[in-house]
Ligand binder design. Sequence first.
Ligand SMILES: *Cc1c(COP(=O)(O)O)cnc(C)c1O
Length: 390
Amino acid sequence: MSWYQYLQNELALREERQQIRKLHVTENGPDCWITKDGKRLLNLASNNYLGLAGDKRLIEAAIEAASLYGAGATASRLIVGNYPLYEETEQDIANWKGTERALLIGSGYTANLGALSALLGRNDVVYSDRLNHASITDGIILSRAEQKRYKHNDLEHLEKLLQETPANKRKLIVTDTVFSMDGDTAYLRELVHIKEKYNALLMVDEAHASGVYGQNGAGLAQELVERIDLHMGTFSKALGCSGAYLAGSKLLMEYLTNTMRSFIFTTGMPPSTVGSIKRAVEIVRDESTRRALLMQNGTLLRDLLKQAGFNTGGSSTHIVPIVIGSNEATISFSQMLQEKGIAAIAVRPPTVPENSSRIRLTVTSEHKPEEIREAVKLIAETGLREGVLS
Ligand SMILES: *Cc1c(COP(=O)(O)O)cnc(C)c1O
């Protein structure tokens, strides 16, 4: 079969399975209301959890940093692309996290890819929650380590897998702290016990928890900061910017600086982005009201959807899925909701396991309770009509 024939077939197959993905255009900047494909929608789909992406202070900090250091970093951090701003920001992140050191990385995706492939080699074993983010899975594949995936949040299964491994093997356990498509959380305290018992490293991905949980918004793992080896989190979600951090001991950070290919072989982040990250960390530390509002809105959305009879899975956070099952029903429900004025996005395999397609809803601190109430009313009416609710 020719290449082009093959590509065409692959797309046709996805079309058939209702798994085809298309780009849509959002016409305005970050807001609770967006215009998408010409239609005004209540935005229950963004990860701008604290409403910071549009914050004037972040934009000003970006402009200031660009004026000082230019539009691009001109080289890898290890060559000449490292500015005082970058060093200060990393120090701020380490202080905020309560770790010895922190390292800025271009994105959450490349942070996971780089850290896991740098730490693990083909003789090592890595234990990964089945619902971990794709970037974790990709980092593991790149590392060539032996991967053992444990059932979601099933620590008995994890221990069983650990017991099967020879004691002399180097082991690493990795988990999201807030799971991105389910909105539930990992059992960190228990994971710390297990990692200590089996002499493993523990890495946590706080992409959806940074800025949201913990004292000063430093993440769900904050209470256990010293007992967790490697902390990863992003600035692209609650902090409203882009990029990620890796944080931990001086030794780990030095090791990663020397071995992490997604850090070494890439241009430093743009000064504008680092400028806004620095400001965002300060704001998140100081403005706990945003977190309180986000928690209230998350609880409201979850409670109302449950009361209406929807299956919100194990969600206990600001990420609330409506689990439906089939791709077809999920897509049709999502389209109906968008016609009614709600940006409610269908998430399908391979992003989630087969037969667990869902609408993934998120709230932010900026949504008004009335908007959430109104939205759930519409979602429930539509759900009844569409046969999603019985
Ligand atoms: C979004 C996400 C990432 C990737 O972060 P980006 O900064 O968007 O590349 C990594 N891990 C998890 C759990 C995520 O949800």
